[in-house]
Structure formats: structure tokens, C-alpha cells
Design a protein around this ligand. Structure first.
Ligand code: PMP
Length: 383
């Protein structure tokens, strides 16, 4: 009798299922190194080290109804988000993380063979979802200083279905120049500006503009600024006609009752959260100076809640593992251009102190290994 063969049955675009390099479980890995859970400093996910707003925690203990389905039209949530941004509620769609909005955009608008433009190194979800849709991914790599290659991007955007650019970018930390967006919008492609980290930067949000410009979608999230990464709540701002399409295509109850309650409470506490984001940005700049002073770590200028650090000693993988041995988790990337880098999320001042101390020790060990091997000063500066 014939049997169902899952591999054979796969849709064509799924035959080469892409791999998204998601976060690992730090506590399980720390245990392998003999580091107790309470010593773990988790700086690999660009999360908020202070957690949610106290009001969100209170709301989660409160009287929301986990036994009821949520409102599939997201009326209260969209109204509250729109109020913060000064746009109409009809322009907002919430998802289980902004990841879900990227997925919805991709499923609605990207057909097999369509071109989707990204600029690596960048957030991997755009390429992941584009591959699931069977799109042709067009990469316009960033320059050596991670700036965007504006002319090539504009050329690639013409005839493409969508362009995805985070501003600030993950993992490089730099924002998209404002004038470039204008030029991209004239290409006819859907321009998606992902503002996941904008609360840590001085960049102007484009959310207001996205509400009325059908070519522009802005993505935002409660994961970073709001400290709600685990609850999954992000949203897109777009022209009402586009928002209608997303609302029709999404799973009806995509945002959980808990996430909705926490988000509504978070939006009652924006001043404190904005202040906290400002403090994290200040700590980021201080951490960058201290790491740079070590003489072998080169943090790139960042407008986000993380630092991409070039390394003049060791590889990104070696330094990540040495940090793990000390209970500190940072992100390392397999992309060849990032082999000599690690990305460090900004923690509390105490956590940042631990990073500096650990990096000092690692630098000394790596430098004496280089001296011992008689191979000179190691590498050229990795920056
Ligand atoms: N966009 C960017 C640029 C990100 O770095 C991330 C998270 N790593 C996301 C979106 C996804 O955020 P969310 O938790 O809202 O899905």
C-alpha cells in the first residue's frame, strides 16, 4: 500500500527548507560548562534586561480572561497602539511578535519567483520568510563600514516585490538614512522599515508616514522597549487598505489574551519605558568606550540596544565560547563577514561590568597565547 511520504509531498518552495538560527537555551548550555543558572548573564537576544513594566506584570496577575478568545479585530489594542503613535487605529495590525507581521506580508504579497531585497548582514527573518514563499532573494551587501549601498539598493528595488530594511539594523546597529527611504519608495516595491530598536536611537520614526503611504510598512515591537519578548507582541503600521488584508489573512486569535493585557498596561507606562530605553542607550555608549579601551575590541557605533564588536584577537566563536565559560551569553554569527565579531546586548550596569571584566581576562589569555606561539601581534584590527 502506498504510504504518505512527507518529503515527496512537500511544496516546491519548501524542498530546501531554510534554517533560521534561533537562540539556544542559555541555562542548558551553561550547565554543560558547570555554570549555575543564577550566574547566567543573557546578552544574546537583544532583550530588555529590566523586564516588563511593573504595570504589565500587574495586568498579567489581574482580571484578563485566559479562558476566553480574544477580539479578532484587535479593536482595543489597535486603538491603544495607534494612540501612542498618533495614527489611526485602522492603520495598525498586531501580531505574535513583529515576526508574524513579516510572515503575513510575505504570505500575502510574495509569490514564487518574486524578488525580495535585503542588505546583509541583517535580521535573518526576511530571508527565511522570502524562501518559504519561493522568492528570489536579492542581497545588496552593506559596505565595509556597514553603511547601505544606496545606488545598488535602488537599482535592486526596481522590479522587486519588497525591500526589508531594519532601522536601526540588527546586528550592525546603524539606521537607514532618511533620504534613502524616499528614493526607495519611488521604486514601486513595498518598502518595509523595521523599527524594532528605534526607541534606543535618535532616528525619527516613519510610522506616521506609513499610515498613509501604501508603499511603506513600518514594523515595531514590544519585545525590546517593552520587555515582552516572551509574550510575543509586535505590530505593523501601514495604509488602511493593506491593514485590512493582513487582518483577513491572519489567524483570528493570533495575539494571546495575556499579551494583549500586558501590552495595554505597557502603553499606560510609556514615559517610564522611554526613560529606561534612554538609560540603556547611555549604558551602551559607556560600554562601547570601556570595551574599546581594552585595545582589541572594536564596537561599531550603535543606535540600538546592542553592540556589534569587531575582535582583533581570537574568532567570534572562540570569544563567544570563552564568555559562555564565564556564564555570559552573547551572539556569534556564522556569516563569513562576521566571523571576527560578536554581538553583545546591553544589560544592567552590573551585567555590563561583568562583560568588561570577562573580556579583559579573555583578551589577556588570547594575547599571551599569540605571544607564546611567536606569531606576532595576532590579526590586523578586525574592524
Ligand atoms: N526585527 C528585528 C530587526 C529584530 O532584531 C527582531 C528580533 N530579534 C525582530 C524584528 C523580531 O521581533 P519580535 O520579537 O517582535 O518578533
Amino acid at each position: 500500500m502506498p504510504r504518505f511520504d512527507a518529503r515527496e509531498a512537500l511544496r516546491l518552495s519548501m524542498r530546501e527548507l531554510p534554517v533560521y538560527e534561533a537562540l539556544e537555551d542559555p541555562v542548558a548550555i551553561a550547565a554543560q560548562y558547570g555554570v549555575p543558572a543564577e550566574r547566567v548573564v543573557k546578552l544574546d537576544g537583544n532583550e530588555n534586561p529590566y523586564g516588563p513594566s511593573p504595570r504589565a506584570i500587574e495586568a498579567l496577575r489581574g482580571d484578563y480572561a485566559p479562558h476566553r478568545y480574544v477580539d479578532p479585530t484587535q479593536a482595543r489594542l489597535r486603538e491603544a497602539i495607534a494612540g501612542r503613535l498618533g495614527v489611526g487605529a485602522e492603520s495598525v495590525v498586531a501580531g505574535a511578535g513583529s515576526d508574524e507581521i513579516i510572515d503575513l506580508l510575505s504570505r500575502l504579497f510574495v509569490s514564487e519567483g518574486d524578488r525580495v531585497v535585503v542588505a546583509t548582514p541583517t535580521f535573518g527573518m526576511y530571508a527565511f520568510d522570502a524562501s518559504l514563499s519561493g522568492a528570489d532573494l536579492v542581497d545588496v551587501p552593506r559596505a565595509a563600514d556597514w553603511s547601505l549601498d544606496a545606488e545598488s539598493l535602488i537599482e535592486a528595488a526596481h522590479g522587486a516585490k519588497a525591500v526589508f530594511l531594519p532601522s536601526p539594523n540588527n546586528p550592525t546597529g546603524n539606521a537607514v538614512p532618511a533620504g534613502l527611504v524616499d528614493r526607495l519608495l519611488a521604486s514601486g516595491a513595498l518598502v518595509v522599515i523595521d523599527e524594532a530598536y528605534i526607541e534606543f536611537s535618535h532616528a525619527e520614526s516613519l510610522a506616521g508616514r506609513a499610515a498613509s503611504d501604501a508603499s511603506l510598512v513600518v514594523l515595531r515591537t514590544f519585545s525590546k522597549w517593552g520587555g515582552l519578548a516572551g509574550l510575543r507582541l509586535g505590530y505593523g503600521v501601514m495604509a488602511p487598505g493593506t491593514a485590512d488584508l493582513l487582518l483577513r489573512a491572519k489567524q483570528p486569535y493570533n495575539v494571546s489574551a495575556a499579551a494583549e493585557a500586558a501590552a495595554l498596561a505597557t502603553l499606560q507606562d510609556t514615559e517610564a519605558l522611554d526613560e529606561r530605553a534612554c538609560r540603556i542607550a547611555g549604558d551602551r555608549d559607556r560600554l562601547a568606550e570601556r570595551l574599546e579601551a581594552l585595545g582589541w575590541v572594536y564596537p561599531w557605533p550603535s543606535e540600538a540596544n546592542f553592540l556589534l564588536c569587531g575582535l582583533a584577537l581570537g574568532t567570534g566563536l572562540e570569544v563567544r565560547d570563552e564568555l559562555r565559560r564565564r556564564g555570559i551569553f552573547v551572539r556569534y554569527f556564522t556569516a563569513p563577514r562576521l566571523a571576527d565579531h560578536v554581538r553583545i546586548s546591553i544589560g544592567t550596569p552590573e551585567q555590563n561590568d561583568r562583560v568588561v571584566e570577562a573580556m579583559r581576562g579573555i583578551g589577556e589569555a588570547l594575547a599571551s597565547a599569540v605571544a607564546g606561539s611567536g606569531s606576532g601581534s595576532g590579526k590586523e584590527a578586525a574592524k
